[in-house]
Structure formats: C-alpha cells, structure tokens
Design a protein around this ligand. Structure first.
Ligand code: ARG
Length: 456
C-alpha cells in the first residue's frame, strides 16, 4: 500500500521492508498517549489560529472517539500499519476526511514519538514506585515480627556477628528506598516536553509550546529542538535505575534461595511461591526467586542495548532510535512482574527462628564481644582479640562453644575473666548492646523501621 508519506518516493515499499520497518507491534502500547498528545496539539493549533476552532473541535471529538473505540475494542489496531502515530492519523483521516489531514501541522513524528514515550514512561515510573512501596511494606512487616529473631550475620559468607532478621530485612528496605528516589529523580528530567521541536529545527508556525506542555502535564519544555528530538537520556536513566533495582532484588533472591536450602533452612517460602520437581518428589524449588535473579541479566541487557544503540548516532533523529522502545518496555514489564511476585512472596514467607538461632550459636559469632569484654576490663583491643581468638581455637579443637567453657578455663587465658563474661557473650546481649545508630539492637532497628515508614 502507498504510504501517507508518499511523495519524494512512490511509497511503494516491499512487504519485507514494511515488516522490518514497522514498530506497531510494540509502540501500539502508547495509543492513549499518542491520542492525548494529538488532542492537545489540535487545541494549541486552534488557540494560535493555525487551524480554526471548528476544525479543532472536530479533531478533538474524533480523536476522543478513536480512544474510546480502542479502549472498548470496537476499533482494532491494524498490525500492518507502520507505527501507532501513522495508524491513529490514518483512522482519523478515514473518519473525518480532510480536517484529519490538518493535525500534523507544526509537528513531526520525531517530536511526537519522543512525547509519547515520555508520557508513557512517566506513568510507568509511578507504577514502579508504587509496587516498590508495597514490597517495602512487606519488609517492614517481616521486620516488625522479627525484631528479636537472632541470626548469624555474614561476611565472606562466613558467620561473623549476630544480627536480627529484622535488621537484615531493613537493609533491603533501605536499598529499595534509594531505588524509589532514583526513579522519582529520573522522572523529573523525563517531565520535559519535546513537542514542538518538530522534525529537528523547530517550526515557522507561531506555536505555543508551553501551552501544549502544560495541557499534557509537563513541568517544562526542551529548549533546544535538536536535543528535544534526539535525547533518549530519560530511557537510559530509567533503565539504569531499573537495573539497580533488579540488582537489589537479585541479591535478595540469592539469599532467599540459600536460606531455603536444607543447608540453611532459615526460611520457608509459601507453597504459592515455590514449585515442585517433575521427578524428585521431595523438592520445593524457589523458582520465583531464581527467575528474578535470572531476569536481572536481561534488564542489564536492555540497558546495554540502549546505550550501545545511542553511542554512534549523529543528531538528530535516526531510525536506530526506534529500538529504544522494546528495551525500555521490556525492562518496565520485567521489573513490574518481579515486584508483583516478590512482595507477596516476602509477606507469606515463614521465618524459621529456631534454625537461625541454632546457626547463630554455632559459629563463634560472639568472639568479638568476648574481646570487647576484655577491653572493658582494661586490656588493649589487639591483646584482647588475640586471647579471644585462642579461646575460639581451643573450643574448635575440643568441640565446644564459648558459652560452655568453665570459668577456670577462661582464667587460664586471662585473669581478667569473671562470671559476668557469660552475660556479655550471650547472643541476646551481643545484639542488644549494638545500639549505635544503624546497628542491630531492637532499639536501633525500630528506629530504622520508623525512618523507612516515614520516608516511603
Ligand atoms: N516509529 C518511529 C520510532 O519509533 C517513529 C518516528 C519515525 N520518524 C521518522 N522520521 N521516521 O522511532
């Protein structure tokens, strides 16, 4: 079929070229933004006396009807169309004739696509923020219930010092809070309207770009038309923010996978968020967490694809840029799916406090506190560290733990030891004496929960 842009060329492209060129199968997502953008454009054109008020009314009415018909299903998107912009304009012209042909005055698909994408992604930002909040709430609830649940804290995946499960959950809440911040921040720069930049150089018509931007809920307008149509920083920024968010979910997933293993058995994921094996009857697999971890790679790929697509193209619009949408849409869909499954998975997770406590009791994770005890009694930390280390070595050799050593044994290592040592190395004491801001004591973690709830 001859194209609406037939003129310089016959517009008679081959079928295979049409299929290759077409973006409708993914940009059809933006039909609502495209139509709303066109309505604002018609209003601006009539306000500036570029078209008549009557024409604008006909355009707005017909565009509204197209939107309703698409929403209701009365009108189907033609997958043979070149893109969503051409499709809407074609339907409009079919329905109202020549007036429809006036809509594209003082506009180009180059500023139109940039507009639609910004509008679409602004809403996606809001949705991702909301879903992240729901996950943070699930983390706060688990933290609330587990303020006194002691588990081993790890460094190098070696048992290090006791922490509470609440403390661990709130660490992820803090990361997610920063993720929200990043997404909101990138939305700020996304909230700049490119419409009116036209093909690349602006227009000879007396347009009002500020009016059109305001109609569409933008904070400001792009002040250089070449930049306005060439800029995809907002995609890169959003992809980066989503990639970091996915990285956090992936690290969390890795822990959930470890904790669900028989080797750890710190948590049990609900049956609703695990799967069985087709051959091994005993299996309960943390597939959701594994998929989140796996999908992180594809989101990194979306970011890399977009950065690479942009790095070599000259100003202004190049068709390469059509590739922006599949990457950013994929990243948005992926992160939303991950968040949707993650929040209820955390909410319904059973915390196996006894197993955590047992693991915490076996790893000499109170050795630092034993050294601190001697410091309190006047020994320099380095010397205290050495004595504590020797006592741990003694315990390992004799298959016992610090809590079970008799006082006489302690005294062989230092005369400073007394009966109060047992209180100091009790895991509850170890946790609750860590009252430093950000620390693992109940009091400190309560402060963290309060902070997160206030700043969510
Ligand atoms: N489908 C195109 C895209 O997604 C719209 C812009 C087309 N502009 C052009 N000059 N061919 O980028």
């Amino acid at each position: 079929m001859a194209k609406m842009w037939a003129g310089r060329t016959s517009g008679e492209t081959s079928k295979i070229a049409d299929d290759f060129n077409s973006s409708i199968r993914f940009d059809c997502k933006m039909y609502e933004q495209d139509i709303k953008g066109s309505m604002a454009h018609a209003l601006m054109l009539s306000k500036q006396n570029i078209i008549t008020k009557e024409d604008a009314e006909v355009l707005v009415e017909a565009l509204g009807q197209i939107l309703d018909d698409l929403n209701s299903g009365a009108l189907e998107i033609d997958m043979e169309a070149e893109d969503i912009h051409m499709f809407v304009e074609q339907v409009l012209t079919n329905r109202i004739g020549d007036v429809g042909k006036k809509l594209h005055t003082a506009r180009s698909r180059n500023d139109q696509v940039a507009l639609d994408l910004r509008m679409y992604l602004k809403d996606e930002c809001d949705e991702i923020v909301e879903l992240t909040k729901t996950l943070i709430e699930a983390l706060c609830a688990q933290a609330q219930d587990n303020k006194a649940t002691i588990m081993p804290g790890y460094t190098h995946l070696q048992r290090a010092q006791p922490v509470t499960f609440a403390h661990h959950m709130m660490a992820y809440a803090m990361m997610l809070l920063r993720d929200i911040d990043r997404i909101k921040d990138c939305k700020k720069r996304m909230n700049v309207s490119p419409i009116g930049c036209c093909a690349l150089a602006g227009t000879t018509y007396d347009t009002d770009r500020y009016f059109e931007a305001k109609e569409l809920g933008f904070d400001s307008i792009a002040l250089n038309s070449l930049d306005g149509v060439s800029d995809r920083d907002f995609c890169v920024e959003m992809l980066s923010a989503i990639a970091v968010l996915m990285m956090h979910l992936s690290r969390f997933s890795e822990e959930l996978i470890l904790w669900s293993s028989w080797e750890f058995k710190f948590v049990q994921l609900s049956d609703s968020y695990t799967t069985g094996s087709s051959i091994m009857p005993q299996k309960k697999n943390p597939d959701m967490a594994e998929l989140v971890r796996g999908k992180t790679g594809r989101v990194y790929g979306d970011l890399m694809a977009t950065l690479t697509m942009l790095k070599g193209i000259p100003l202004a619009y190049n068709k390469d840029m059509q590739e922006d949408k599949e990457s950013i849409f994929d990243a948005c869909e992926t992160v939303k799916m991950c968040l949707k499954v993650f929040a209820p998975m955390i909410e319904t997770m059973t915390v196996l406090a006894d197993n955590m406590k047992k693991a915490a009791s076996e790893g000499f994770i109170n050795a630092t506190d034993l050294a601190d005890y001697l410091v309190k009694k006047g020994l320099p930390f380095r010397s205290a560290y050495k004595i504590s280390g020797s006592l741990v070595a003694y315990c390992i050799e004799n298959k016992t733990i610090l809590e079970d050593l008799p006082l006489e044994k302690y005294k062989e290592y230092s005369e400073l030891f007394d009966t109060d040592v047992y209180g100091d190395i009790d895991l509850n004491t170890c946790v609750n004496k860590r009252i430093s801001v950000g620390g693992t004591s109940v009091e400190s973690v309560e402060m963290q929960i309060k902070y997160v709830k206030e700043n969510i």
